[in-house]
Design a protein. Structure first.
Length: 668
């Protein structure tokens, strides 16, 4: 068995990995709202396994400690957790087969056998069971046991007549037997058997033995020395070799999705409600929840329900207490930006309905209608921070929302702006990215409506609104990205293959006769792809274009005003990369987000001065969706599907004032 010590070098920095850049103080920000399992240790602390790592919650002080990928876990995608009272350690299992053992002093031991086992079709860990010095590990691969002195132990690939590598969801122990719950049924084997690898030692309980037909097993528990088996359509009790039906005929939204048992109670959840039941089928609804209840765990005499939008709770004596963990709303950071105060803002995919989230001084604030009544919706997918300190969030259906530096929230839609909704539903307004010109006018893309409605709208400092389009160049309103160059030209990028549009209103918002329009595609230029993921103007005025077929730069975008297609240069070093985002630091270096990590380029893009990926840094995921730079502090943020990585660099703006104190001072 492979035991691996914590990689302490990550504590220091990753400066030795790069010849020209230094990266220090790595941090991971991941959402702990999606909870998969929970356990109680001997001190009464609650440990939770989440899609963003592990946290330990002190029920007395209400303080939580978080364990993530830096100097702690080998994987953030945690699927199982259990407390071993023998060695007083917490066992953590992940989706990709890693096991992390956390002892009382928070020393962590890593076990990697399952992860690196090439013969296993799947590696997700679902449960742990401890018997003496032996640890049983259940997962989508079946069953494996081990102990620290003799490992690995038995690799049980087939249980009874079940198919080979049938997933095991839950393990239980009675006085003389080991029980294993699988989606196809339940199996038990005598503890006295010489080897669990022999399929014949397992006795199967399936539909032929009395379980419900055509109904998957979803959980198993033991209460008052009786085994309870939960299937999607009911609950069955096993006692003294007899199967009794406790609940039946549950279906559709009322079907059981999760089950657990304490010594005194039985709990199950359907899609939206949490129930308690006894051994006689009496049901008590404990809670109706507005969103999905994802599942629950039990430990000792406590049960812990998990909620889609709000973490977890504690059931004690029939009463539910919520556990509040400060965490971002989602692990998907599809679009991020840093405002003038250093707050990191993020949005996710509009289909996830997670709203807008901000990180300031280490604390997360989630902006959604659940917490801020002025928020018009939660389907935000674009975030923009402007020089006046305001934050603009583009919404799929609810227009654009402005969050001022004082916290004031203002929403703009078809009723109070020039934004126009889609033809089939005029109140359904799609707004994308926002950018400000040097006069303070804010420009916002307006998508999915039809001509002659605007493809981009403007709000000047007086509060007046204007809409713009040009039917000669624009057929489909698919332009999501926007930026403004040094000549006040607006550049619009299509994320659906309609290329690049440029537009200059000639400093006359109300007079459209002097407007300049043009279109650039791969057919009339060296544009790598007509799908534009992001646009950014650097400190020299060059326009950088992120596409799925590489990175391109337009060093003289002002030439568009002379009715010529500006020259576009492809960055050869990234020619085969999918470019998701690009950001500019204080020294005009380019930070490029790709599906293979982050590339750092010098000012003109001619030299790669650094490559950051999961093999040489604590970066969470190589597929980096977004990048943001804080020029005041030198911090760089990398948004991924697995969370947000943060690192400090030496690329920051110089201070405006320097306070020098000389000593000794000969003059008075």
């Amino acid at each position: 068995m492979k035991f691996i010590a914590i990689a302490l070098f990550l504590l220091i920095s990753t400066s030795s990995l790069f010849s020209q850049i230094r990266l220090d103080n790595w941090k991971t920000h991941s959402s702990m709202n999606s909870i998969r399992a929970a356990a109680l240790d001997s001190s009464g602390h609650i440990w939770a396994a989440t899609s963003g790592g592990v946290f330990r919650f002190d029920t007395t002080t209400k303080v939580s400690i978080q364990f993530k990928n830096i100097n702690a876990l080998l994987s953030l995608d945690v699927t199982a957790i259990a407390y071993n009272p023998i060695n007083k350690s917490v066992y953590v299992g992940s989706f990709d087969g890693y096991i992390d053992i956390i002892d009382e002093s928070f020393t962590i031991t890593h076990i990697t056998d399952i992860h690196f086992q090439t013969t296993l079709p799947k590696r997700r860990i679902n449960d742990f069971l401890f018997i003496g010095s032996k640890v049983y590990v259940a997962g989508d691969f079946g069953l494996i046991d081990f102990n620290e002195k003799n490992a690995p132990g038995n690799d049980v690939q087939q249980i009874g007549t079940f198919e080979k590598n049938t997933p095991i969801l839950k393990l239980l122990i009675t006085e003389d037997s080991l029980w294993a719950a699988t989606p196809s049924g339940v199996a038990r084997a005598p503890l006295s058997t010489p080897s669990l690898k022999d399929p014949q030692v397992w006795k199967i309980l399936a539909s032929s033995e009395g379980l419900f037909k055509s109904s998957n097993v979803v959980g198993m528990g033991i209460s008052q020395d009786k085994i309870y088996i939960a299937q999607s359509n009911g609950l069955i009790r096993y006692s003294n070799g007899i199967l009794d039906t406790i609940l039946s005929d549950l279906k559709d939204l009322g079907a059981i999705t999760s089950f657990s048992a304490t010594e005194q109670s039985l709990y199950y959840v359907d899609s939206y409600a949490l129930f308690a039941t006894d051994g006689y089928g009496t049901i008590t609804k404990l809670q109706q929840y507005k969103n999905l209840i994802l599942g629950h765990s039990s430990s000792g005499n406590l049960a812990f329900p998990f909620y889609q939008e709000n973490g977890m709770g504690i059931i004690r004596n029939g009463s539910i207490t919520m556990i509040e963990i400060n965490t971002p709303a989602s692990n998907l950071f599809l679009n991020i930006s840093v405002d003038t105060k250093g707050t990191l803002w993020g949005t996710t995919n509009f289909a996830n309905h997670k709203g807008v989230f901000g990180l300031y001084n280490g604390k997360w604030t989630n902006f959604s209608p659940d917490f801020f009544r002025d928020m018009p919706g939660d389907a935000f997918f674009r975030i923009s921070t402007l020089p006046d300190g305001s934050v603009w969030a583009g919404c799929w259906g609810c227009g654009v929302t402005r969050i001022d530096s004082n916290g004031t929230i203002t929403s703009y839609n078809e009723n109070n702006s020039s934004l126009v909704g889609i033809d089939a539903a005029p109140a359904f307004v799609l707004a994308g990215e926002a950018a400000a010109d040097r006069n303070g006018t804010v420009w916002i893309t307006n998508m999915k409506n039809i001509n002659p409605n605007p493809v981009v709208v403007a709000k000047n400092t007086k509060g007046d609104w204007f809409g713009f389009t040009n039917q000669a160049y624009i057929t489909n309103h698919t332009f999501q990205a926007v930026t403004v160059d040094f000549s006040f030209t607006k550049w619009l990028g299509s994320n659906s293959g309609d290329g690049l549009i440029y537009f200059n209103e000639s400093s006359t918002l109300s007079n459209k006769d002097d407007d300049i329009w043009g279109k650039i595609t791969s057919s009339n230029s060296a544009l790598p792809n007509n799908i534009i993921n992001e646009l950014v103007v650097d400190k020299s005025g060059a326009l950088w274009i992120a596409t799925p077929s590489g990175l391109a730069v337009m060093f003289t975008p002002s030439s568009a005003l002379r009715n010529t297609v500006p020259f576009i240069q492809k960055i050869n070093s990234l020619a085969n990369q999918i470019i998701n985002d690009v950001a500019v630091d204080a020294l005009n270096n380019k930070w490029v987000a790709t599906n293979e990590g982050v590339f750092v380029l010098n000012e003109d893009g001619s030299t790669v001065i650094g490559i950051i990926n999961i093999t040489n840094s604590p970066l969470i995921n190589n597929v980096v969706k977004s990048i943001a730079v804080d020029e005041q502090t030198g911090k760089v943020y990398f948004g991924t599907e697995s969370g947000l990585s943060e690192v400090t660099t030496l690329f920051l703006l110089p201070r405006e004032e320097y306070a020098l104190e000389c000593y000794p001072q000969p003059f008075t």
